[in-house]
Design a binder for this molecule. Structure first.
Ligand code: PHE
Length: 449
């Protein structure tokens, strides 16, 4: 068995699910669901995940497995992408730019976990605790260093002994923790109001903003348009059932997002009657510690919650790191070890600028955006839809859909073949253009989504 391949189908499924289940599921999904009409958002989200999300996941994985090329740059070259070749570079740029700021946030999560562990949870309740933590120039950098160091250590062990093993252990634990916390928060008095709010279908929310928000979330949550599935697909065995693996990954990703909503929305309702539930970033680091503090056994719930978020962030960061290793190996023609060293320096270096962007570098702003917001905007709102669009165009016009279907059929019956063909040909590209245009217009404050 080669060291840099997954040793089993379940290893592949858990590793990709580890990439997919991340901060996006636990922190972004619940507040989007709260903002876009609860049950309405859930329905739209699930429908789009099973169709467009499925199509793009299959496409990227099949490209990776077909070409055996771990980096999107190489995969595009092998597929003779011609004018679309730049798409390979865009797909490569996204994980390179995301990893540093994702790790900076991973460091914040680690800090909160550490505070719960050392019995300091009372301090986290102060409303300005988070603000003063990130405006301290040293602390966030120390936790960033620890977070990046852990990723580095896992990557050193390789795909099979590092990523696969980590995912096989952490993902089942993560599911158990999610079930435990959501079950417990449901027992708090007043939580049922939140469940009603979360699950009730509000027809007035069936509109284009909800669709665009759900689509954007699906791409981010399933780690699409950033080369990761191409990398992991290239480590997948030809014998392993591609279609059912993708199905299982989607189920896990959606399940954890759903459970995150179940743990956060009812708890926030019980605590504050719904105020702040759609508050965005401050929800996780400011509101939730207050909510936990108001519960019986809140210290334990907080500890377990931040452990869960830490596992989710870690498995996602490691997948970004691995995609980056493949890219750096390819671009600089160097070995895995050297690539790992370079990426540690890059992630820590740029991550440090992100952390300092909230204190000594806070004057560095473009259109009111901090360094973190800028990186997030460029990657998620611009490069990611363009990267995914290039992949769709590559399939439809250069590789041809038949070839991708044939690759899937090497290992699967491909039950959803007709759906796949239709979506990849006619729906995926327009949907990606809608996302790209809406995100840009929203950032210019011309529309609001
Ligand atoms: N899918 C991850 C999440 O939901 C985010 C992520 C993006 C992970 C890009 C890896 C790469 O948080």
């Amino acid at each position: 068995m080669e060291k840099n391949k997954f040793s089993s189908r379940i290893g592949f499924v858990m590793a990709v699910a580890g990439s997919a289940v991340g901060l996006g599921n636990i922190w972004r999904f619940p507040y989007l669901a709260a903002k876009y009409g609860g049950g309405t958002f859930l329905i739209v989200y699930i429908a789009l995940a099973l169709t467009i999300g499925f199509t793009l996941l299959v496409s990227e994985t099949a490209i990776g497995r077909m070409t055996g090329a771990p980096s999107p740059i190489k995969a595009y070259r092998q597929l003779k992408a011609g004018k679309l070749r730049f798409g390979g570079y865009i797909n490569a740029l996204v994980p390179i730019l995301i990893l540093p700021y994702y790790s900076a946030i991973g460091g914040w999560v680690l800090k909160y976990f550490y505070e719960y562990l050392t019995g300091n949870s009372q301090a986290l309740v102060a409303p300005d605790y988070f603000g003063s933590f990130i405006s301290n120039p040293l602390q966030p950098v120390i936790f960033l260093m620890a977070f990046t160091g852990i990723c580095y250590a896992i990557i050193t062990q390789g795909v099979k002994d590092g990523i696969e093993k980590m995912s096989l252990i952490l993902m089942p634990v993560l599911i158990v923790l999610a079930v435990f916390i959501s079950g417990y928060t449901l027992t708090t008095p007043g939580a049922m109001e939140g469940v009603k709010y979360y699950l009730s279908i509000k027809p007035e929310y069936f509109n284009i903003s909800t669709v665009v928000a759900a689509l954007g979330q699906i791409f981010y949550s399933l780690s699409i348009g950033m080369g990761i599935l191409i990398t992991f697909g290239s480590y997948m065995d030809k014998k392993d059932d591609l279609e059912s693996s993708i199905g299982q990954i989607e189920i896990m990703d959606t399940l954890i997002a759903f459970l995150a909503g179940m743990m956060i929305i009812p708890a926030v309702f019980a605590f504050s009657n719904g105020a702040n539930v759609a508050a965005g970033p401050s929800l996780m680091f400011i509101t939730l510690p207050q909510v936990f503090a108001s519960m019986a056994f809140g210290n334990i719930v907080g500890l377990v919650f931040f452990l869960l978020v830490f596992f989710a962030a870690l498995t996602s960061a490691v997948s970004l790191y691995e995609a980056n290793v493949a890219i750096v190996e390819e671009v600089f023609q160097i070995g895995r070890k050297k690539a790992n060293h370079m990426l540690f320096v890059w992630t820590f270096g740029i991550g440090m600028l992100v952390a300092l962007g909230f204190n000594v570098l806070s004057f560095v702003q473009v259109a009111g955006m901090s360094i973190l917001d800028m990186l997030d905007f460029v990657t998620n709102s611009i490069f990611m839809p363009i990267g995914a669009l290039c992949t769709v165009l590559l399939i439809v016009f250069v590789v041809k859909t038949d070839k991708i279907v044939a690759e899937v059929k090497v290992s699967s019956k491909f039950i959803r073949e007709k759906v796949y063909r239709f979506l990849v040909k006619y729906i995926a590209a327009p949907a990606l253009i809608v996302i790209l245009v809406s995100f840009i217009l929203a950032s210019l404050k011309i529309i609001s989504i």
